[in-house]
Design a protein around this ligand. Structure first.
Ligand code: HL5
Ligand code: SIN
Ligand code: MN
Length: 268
């Protein structure tokens, strides 16, 4: 990733890299996700009052395509540039947002969740959002408040009546309308859109959220969060389940080439 993109990430709190993965790679990831959605367990979160899949955690522990993608130089390289050479995967999720049915994700800052729930010392993370579908203004794109990461945490604490006990739903740590109005008045809002296979890198402190999916198309978004190995969570009580906070903190090494080639044994 060139200096200009790094500067943009630092300035805006996110940067969009268009069409990083090929159509064949996206197809392989979609198929892997379809299969993983069939696996029942606490890692699979349903939409409120229904059976539609809202989110699936830790698919990389069940599907080799996702495990390899995490070490693909196109994913790991930019993260190492932004954070540190020694990073590991802190969280892996795919937010499904099905056609006509995907509900909103409330306005929040990720680090507020991870500080409150996992006692994560510092916001030394980078989120990698991989578009598994084309994203447009209709299928519930993530909306960012650019530059909002520079204010640090604007909202601390979580609601007592948690929406889910399987993970922290952004609703549980949502900004107040006044907080949001103030930040948007200052910085505006923007939503990166693009073809499936595009990647958006975003800060754990940027304010973001997304609207329901009104379109007839799904909006499957993979979000991998990498953390600095020098910034491990320090739990005071029982750690959260492994599907939300991953336990393997060994530094990741990049593959020599694209993840599908690595799976096929072409590169290592
Ligand atoms: N669901 C995450 C967790 O760690 C937190 C949210 O977008 C990240 C706020 O439970
Ligand atoms: C999130 O921040 O975890 C959810 C964003 C989205 O899937 O739209
Ligand atoms: Mn988030």
């Amino acid at each position: 990733m060139g200096k200009e993109l790094i500067d943009r990430y630092r300035e805006d709190g996110f940067v969009l890299l268009e069409s990083v993965l090929t159509a064949a790679e996206v197809a392989a990831l979609r198929e892997a996700f379809d299969r993983d959605c069939e696996v029942p367990g606490p890692h699979r979160i349903a939409e409120d009052g229904g059976t539609a899949v809202r989110a699936v955690y830790a698919s990389h522990l069940r599907r080799p395509e996702f495990a390899a993608l995490m070490r693909d130089p196109r994913v790991l390289g930019p993260v190492q540039q932004l954070l540190s050479e020694d990073v590991y995967l802190y969280q892996f999720k795919i937010n499904a947002k099905p056609a006509f049915g995907g509900e909103r994700w409330s306005w929040h800052q990720d680090y507020a969740a991870w500080r409150a729930a996992d006692n994560l010392p510092a916001p030394r993370q980078v989120n990698v959002g991989v578009f598994l579908d084309d994203v447009d203004e209709f299928n519930g794109p993530v909306i960012f408040v650019p530059g909002s990461h520079r204010a640090g945490l604007v909202h601390d604490g979580r609601r007592a009546d948690a929406r889910s006990d399987l993970h922290l739903d952004p609703e549980d740590i949502a900004l107040t309308p006044d907080q949001l109005a103030g930040l948007v008045g200052e910085h505006g809002m923007t939503s990166p859109k693009g073809r499936a296979g595009s990647i958006v890198l975003f800060s754990p402190e940027i304010v973001h959220g997304s609207a329901p999916n009104m379109s007839p198309f799904p909006r499957r978004l993979l979000i991998a969060t990498f953390n600095d190995t020098a910034n491990l969570p320090s739990w005071t009580g029982e750690p959260r389940p492994e599907h939300v906070v991953l336990r393997d903190t060994a530094p990741l090494t990049a593959l020599d080439g694209p993840f599908l080639a690595a799976l096929e044994g072409a590169v290592r």
